[in-house]
Design a protein around this ligand. Structure first.
Ligand SMILES: [Zn+2]
Length: 139
């Protein structure tokens, strides 16, 4: 897409700090990192989100995530890596080109704001009712 910032990064029209590339995938450093080593992985073929991405590109992005998460572990001595992927403005997606965040937490770094929330037991009747609706939509 002509007006997509990530498509421009793939084409080299906007500079980026690349860490990995293959036939389907491009990975680069997030310029607004929430932790040291924060990396983005994107498909080279434009897709806005999880609903639009081709299964082959989705597999390629997540296979690259395994490789890059391993590199983050070795290069930064990361004790953990959070994978975060947002679909739609309602959940905070800003760039409408599918992207997977890899956010490492290195030893001694503060807790990641994205990986902790309060656990509160849900209403089991509601959980089961919602599960039935979801399962019914899966063909
Ligand atoms: Zn794009």
């Amino acid at each position: 897409m002509d007006d997509c910032i990530f498509c421009k990064i793939i084409k080299g029209e906007i500079p980026s700090t690349k860490v990995y590339e293959d036939g389907r995938v491009y990975a680069f450093m997030d310029i607004n990192p929430i932790a040291k080593g924060h990396t983005l992985i994107i498909p080279k073929t434009h897709a806005g989100n999880l609903w639009e991405i081709a299964p082959e590109d989705l597999s390629a992005v997540h296979s690259a995530a395994k490789t890059i998460a391993g590199a983050l572990q070795k290069a930064l001595d990361a004790e953990g890596v959070a994978c975060l992927q947002l679909n739609g403005r309602a959940v905070g997606q800003v760039v409408m080109h599918y992207h997977l965040h890899l956010v490492p937490r290195v030893k001694g770094a503060p807790e990641l704001p994205i990986s902790h929330w309060d656990l509160k037991p849900g209403d089991m009747k509601e959980i089961q009712s919602v599960a039935m609706k979801i399962a019914a939509e899966i063909q």
